[in-house]
Every structure is written in C-alpha cells, then in structure tokens.
Design a protein. Structure first.
Length: 619
C-alpha cells in the first residue's frame, strides 16, 4: 500500500513538473540577471553570487570558484557573520568538486567558526550540512550522521526544505551502506517528503534516487520478491523522467547519471540477454550525463559494462579498447578509484587471456591482485569502522534510551509534583474561599438584621407620620367646617336682617296704597327675594354633603373658567339630581340644561365620549 501511494505521489509530482511555467532561462542565467542590477543590496548580491557559484559548479568549476572567492571578499564588508558562513559553506562544496580537499577542510573550519557567531538557524544548518557532506566524502560515516542530525536540529522549522531533503538523503545513504534498511527507508521517505515541500527539482530527483537505492538493497536481500525489483526500476526511471522534463532547471544533474547506470546494471544483472538494447540505452544516458558532469566512476563503469557485452559476443579487441578507454578516464583524474581500477585490471586480464596474450594477462592479473588487496584492506577497514560505528551507534542509542527513560521518569515526577502543588493550592484556595464565604455570610446576615431593624424603625416612623398627617388633615377639615359654619351663620343672619327690612318695607307699602303700579312692582321684587330666601335652607341642606375640595378641584381642572352657575350645576350633578330637577332649582328651561352641560365639558377639557356625571362622580 505504501509503495502504491508513493507511485501515485510521483505520478502527480511528474505531472506538476511538466505543468510548471518557466521564464525560459536556466538557473545560472537567472542569477546572473539578478546580479546585473546596479541597485542590488550588498547582502542580496553576496547570497546570489553564492547560489550562482553552486549552479556553475558541475559544468564550470573554475568559474564557480572564482565567483565564490569574489563573494567571500564582498562578504568581508558586511558585519553580519551569516553571509561569510554561507559563502564558506559553498566553497566547501566547490573545493571538494575541484578535488582540493585541504582547501575544502579549511573552508569548512571557517564556515563552522562563523556559524557559531550567527543567530540565523538556517545558515547554521547549512554549515553543518556541508560538514556532514564532506565527512561522508571522506568515509567518516559516523561523524557524518552526527553532523547531519545537528544540521536538522537547526534547519527544522525554518522552511529550508531543500537543505533538509539533502541531509535526509545523506543519512539514508549511510544507513544503506550499514545495511540498516528500516532506517534507510525512514530517511529516504523523509527525503521525498521534504523534497516535495521544497518544490526544488534537484531535491525531487535525489528523493526518488534514495527510494530506488532502498528497493535495490531490499531486492538483493530478497531475490524472490520481484515487486522490489520493479520498485527499484520505477524510482530510478522517475529520476530520469525529471531530468528530461526539467533539465534546464537542474543544478545537481549528476544524480541522473547514477540513476541511468543503476537501471542498466539492474537490466544486465537480473533480466535476460534480450534486454541488451535497454541496457545500452540507459548506458548512453549515463555516459552522456557523466561526461557533462565529470563523473569519473560513472564513465568508467559505463565502459566496463559495454566491454562485458563485447566479451560475451567474442569481440575481444573491441572489449579491450573499451576497457582501455575507461581506464584512461580513471587515470585522468587526480583521485584514486581503487575498486574501479581493480575491476578494469581484472577485465583486461580476462580479455588478454581470451586473446592468447598470456604475458599481458599475467601482467594485468598482478595489477588486479595488487589493487584487489588494497580494496580488500580498505573493505576490512571500512567494515571495522562500520562495525565500530554501529556499535557506538547502538551504545549511543542505548544510552539515549536510558536517558530518555530517565528524562521521562523525571518528567512524570515533575508532573506529579506540579499536580500535588496544584492540588494543595486548590485546597488552600477552597479553604480560604470557604472561610471568606462564611465571613461574608455572617456579615450579610448582620446587614440583614440591621436592615430589618432599620425597616422596623422606619415603619414605626411612617406610621407615626401617617397618624400625625391624619390628625393634621382632620384638624384642617374641622377648621374648614367651622369656617363654613361661621360663613353660613353670617349669611343666615344677613338673610334674617334682610327679611326684617323687607317686611318693614312691605308693611309701609301696605299702609300707603296711593302709588299702585310702583308699589306693586316693589311688592313683586320683595316676594321674589322671599322665595329665594326660602330656597336658602334647601341649598344649605344640599351643599352640606359636598366636600369642601370639590369646588377647588373643578376650578383647577377648568383653569378657573367655571361661573358660579356652572359650579351650582356641577354640585347638583354631584348629589345625583336629574336634569329636570336641576332646571327647577336653577329656574331655567330643561332644554337649556343640555347646553349648560356641553359648556361645562368644554371648560373641563373633556372629550365627547366622557360622561360628565361619571367624571364629577370621581371627584
């Protein structure tokens, strides 16, 4: 299932690669165009020159070194050590590719020295990656893994997925050499994952190559599982597909030559002779890319495989020429490729023997024996170092496991102590909270009691004030009643005096009957006043039941616009007299009562729907 998912992911990846819209420039040209900008800040110029030197390292190493040294001089003008760290790290790779290992080690020392002074985690990680890379070239596998892990510590979380992917590739390769396949697969998959995140085509190719190498090792241990062989071929082909799809966007295209050579080896070793055309096809690709990128071992291996086919076909002369060509390529390089040289000497010895040139065959065999002894000694030393490194690694892992267990135990104890402190704190808070609550409840109860006491006192005061108010009102009413009685008594006295006066006048008129008409009119006026006086007693009885405030409320409501006749009319309504009775009392026609009621409602501001009798009843 995991293999299937990886295949689907790669198909999607390749589709995306073909869909990318480029600017039509190779990487080196793009970087050169940036450097041509006159207003480019010095910091950006230094970093761009470093990337340009790396881009030209495989095809124009001399020019790349020159650019790197110029960038180093320019970085000396900057106070921030991160720029010197980056350029020295780049020079490590350039010197290594130029076969100048002493200069590469010197550049690495400078890179690590400046890396210790910068706070840029990504730059620190790049310096440690270059250290791991150089240690891997020098076959210091244990140190390389340690440096790689240190590089990851700084790179993780910075978004530098392209460098992270290269670091994972390096670790996966070392674990493959150590035949620790589970660890190799783990780091190969991490290489693929970070490569996809970076979007860098070099990283994508290296990730596919790491997976191909893993399945190659797996198949060599389990020849019966052909799916492992298919997977090895599949991932190697993915590397070649990336090369042909995005050749102009690749820097480290040397990995493509290795992938093509691996496919040729797999076809030659595990497939029938009929697959010769496929072998030759991928050998041509490997030879082409190997020559472009100066990969001496790849070129030599290509000639060696071609010679094997010529030997099998009986073309010994052509086979010898191919081996001699491959050998000349090896000798043209300053490095010593002992293992490959041993294989070439053995091939020349076999070809010479088949040709019947036994003197040459013996000569080449002696050379083969000598180089094979060197290879054997180197392998024994490598095995010893590997076993030592594995033992040290296992020891470190055991120690690390113990430390982790101790740390986990200490962590648990710390959590326990923290938990106990928290529990104690919570208990203390609950205690103080309970105490505070009880204290607050007690105070609240006291406040309630005090408030109840105040309310009781206030209630008593209100009752006393109400009683005093009632007494005052009663006194006021009594005073009003007394005043009204005095006023009524005074009125009665005035009426009695007026009656006495009228009676005296009427008596005199009776005695003097000479002026009949005038006396008759005077007599009628007196009779009319008597009738009015006779109704006074009735009025007094009527108004005795009316509250003294009745007229004050009417005056206030009407704005003091009601006449005395209106007030009388309202008073008769209040004691329940009908319109007819009121007309008789007031001495007016019953029809006039309706007009009088209408005027009163207007003066009181009452609406049409309001009944005057009900309203006066509310007063």
């Amino acid at each position: 299932m995991s293999q299937k998912i990886n295949r689907i992911g790669v198909f999607i990846l390749l589709f995306c690669i073909r869909s990318v819209v480029t600017q039509g420039q190779i990487i080196a040209d793009s970087l050169s165009a940036i450097l041509s900008q006159k207003d480019l800040p010095v910091e950006n110029r230094v970093m761009t020159m470093g990337m340009l030197a790396r881009a030209k390292s495989l095809t124009e190493i001399e020019k790349a070194l020159k650019i790197g040294q110029q960038a180093l001089q320019l970085s000396n003008t900057l106070p921030d050590p991160q720029y010197k760290t980056f350029i020295y790290s780049t020079l490590v790779q350039l010197y290594q590719q130029h076969r100048e290992l002493p200069e590469a080690r010197e550049a690495l020392d400078s890179a690590m020295w400046y890396a210790a002074k910068t706070t840029n985690r990504q730059i620190k990680g790049i310096a440690w990656y270059r250290k791991a890379f150089l240690e891997s070239i020098q076959e210091k596998s244990k140190e390389s893994v340690s440096s790689s892990l240190e590089a990851l510590k700084y790179l993780e979380g910075t978004g530098a997925y392209d460098y992270e992917s290269f670091v994972y590739y390096n670790i996966a390769g070392i674990y493959g050499e150590w035949e620790d396949l589970p660890a190799e697969r783990k780091y190969a998959e991490l290489c693929v994952l970070t490569a996809e995140k970076s979007g860098n085509f070099d990283n994508l190719a290296y990730g596919q190559h790491a997976m191909a190498t893993y399945y190659d090792y797996r198949y060599r241990q389990n020849r019966g599982n052909s799916a492992l062989l298919d997977s090895a071929l599949f991932y190697n082909r993915n590397v070649i597909s990336i090369y042909f799809a995005q050749q102009h966007r690749l820097i480290a295209s040397n990995i493509m030559a290795e992938a093509a050579l691996n496919i040729a080896h797999l076809y030659q070793e595990y497939f029938p002779a009929s697959y010769k055309d496929s072998v030759i096809h991928y050998l041509d690709i490997a030879l082409k890319i190997g020559q472009e990128t100066r990969q001496i071992t790849v070129i030599g291996s290509c000639y060696a495989v071609m010679s094997d086919y010529e030997i099998a076909a009986g073309n010994y002369q052509k086979a010898e020429a191919l081996i001699a060509t491959g050998l000349s390529v090896l000798l043209s390089d300053s490095a010593r490729y002992t293992r490959t040289m041993s294989a070439f000497m053995k091939g020349l010895s076999n070809v010479s023997e088949k040709k019947g040139d036994y003197v040459a065959a013996l000569k080449y065999y002696k050379e083969y024996y000598k180089t094979s002894r060197e290879v054997s000694d180197a392998e024994k030393l490598a095995i010893s170092k590997r076993l030592k490194a594995q033992y040290q690694s296992e020891t470190n892992e055991a120690a690390m496991k113990t430390l982790k267990q101790t740390a986990a135990l200490n962590k648990k104890l710390n959590y326990l102590y923290i938990f106990l402190v928290i529990v104690a704190g919570i208990a203390l808070l609950l205690f103080f909270g309970s105490y505070h609550f009880r204290l607050k409840a007690t105070r609240h109860q006291q406040q309630l009691l005090a408030k109840e006491k105040e309310d009781a006192e206030l209630h008593v005061r209100l009752k006393e004030e109400e009683a005093m108010r009632l007494i005052a009102e009663q006194q006021l009413l009594q005073e009003r009643q007394d005043r009204l009685q005095r006023d009524l008594l005074a009125g009665s006295l005035q009426v009695e005096q007026k009656d006495e006066l009228l009676q005296a006048v009427q008596k005199k008129i009776g005695e003097n009957k000479s002026g009949t008409d005038v006396l008759k009119q005077i007599n009628q006026i007196i009779d009319q006043n008597k009738r009015i006086d006779q109704t006074l007693t009735t009025y007094k009885a009527d108004f005795d039941n009316i509250h003294p405030e009745f007229f004050e409320k009417l005056k206030e409501k009407s704005g003091n616009t009601l006449s005395r006749l209106d007030l009388k009319h309202c008073s008769y309504i209040s004691i329940g007299l009908t319109n007819k009775e009121i007309a008789q009392r007031l001495g007016i026609a019953p029809k006039s009562i309706l007009m009088a009621r209408y005027r009163i409602k207007l003066k009181l501001g009452l609406g049409k729907d309001v009944d005057l009798d009900e309203y006066i009843g509310t007063l």
